[in-house]
Design a protein around this ligand. Structure first.
Ligand SMILES: [Fe+2]
Length: 187
């Protein structure tokens, strides 16, 4: 699919998010831009990562929010309405430690049965890195600032706040692993 996978993903994400949730759309574009910057680590999987980044939050689209858990709603939409690439769908389903949030929501079994975590852990880390170093408006930030922003936006004792506080050591470790991979890769 190559570059066409990115074009397709961007079109699908735009159709679902740009009018309904313009700020999510701006965030998604920013995350895709971060993914594009990681291309030199991933070579043949670079476009898979950018496509997953563009689509990672598509499940927030009101018409797709069936369970209200956006990684699962988005992955089911991509699988069922678009017959999307299996690795892309599994990346979206598991973006940014979704399994931990699924646990808070009683959806862990559904998520891991339908969409097992990819074995290519650096790709999984890379999507965490891109999402967690991009603000809700699509600008660059640091992972600690992003986590603090999420906790203050949702509230520390909300489902999302509890999940992010629990996931934050994992989030920071994933970001460090990607930074290390970047540092090891000649420009
Ligand atoms: Fe998300």
């Amino acid at each position: 699919m190559g570059g066409s996978m990115v074009d397709w993903a961007t079109r699908v994400a735009e159709a679902e998010l740009s009018a309904a949730l313009p700020r999510r759309w701006a965030h998604s574009l920013g995350v895709a831009g971060r993914a594009d910057d990681l291309g030199r680590i991933f070579r043949e999987d670079a476009s898979l990562l950018v496509a997953a980044a563009a689509l990672h939050d598509v499940g927030y689209a009101p018409r797709l929010a069936a369970t209200g858990f956006h990684p699962l709603d988005g992955a089911r939409f991509l699988r069922d309405e678009h017959g999307a690439d299996e690795r892309l769908v599994r990346l979206v389903a598991n973006h940014s430690f979704a399994l931990l949030e699924a646990e808070e929501r009683g959806l862990r079994e559904a998520l891991e049965t339908e969409f097992p975590l990819l074995e290519e852990s650096l790709l999984v880390d890379a999507l965490v890195y891109c999402d967690m170093t991009t603000t809700p408006d699509g600008n660059a930030t640091t992972a600690p600032e992003r986590v603090a922003e999420i906790v203050s936006r949702y509230g520390a004792d909300s489902v999302v706040g509890r999940f992010v506080r629990r996931a934050s050591p994992e989030i920071f470790a994933a970001v460090e692993r990607v930074d290390a991979a970047l540092a090891a890769q000649p420009r």
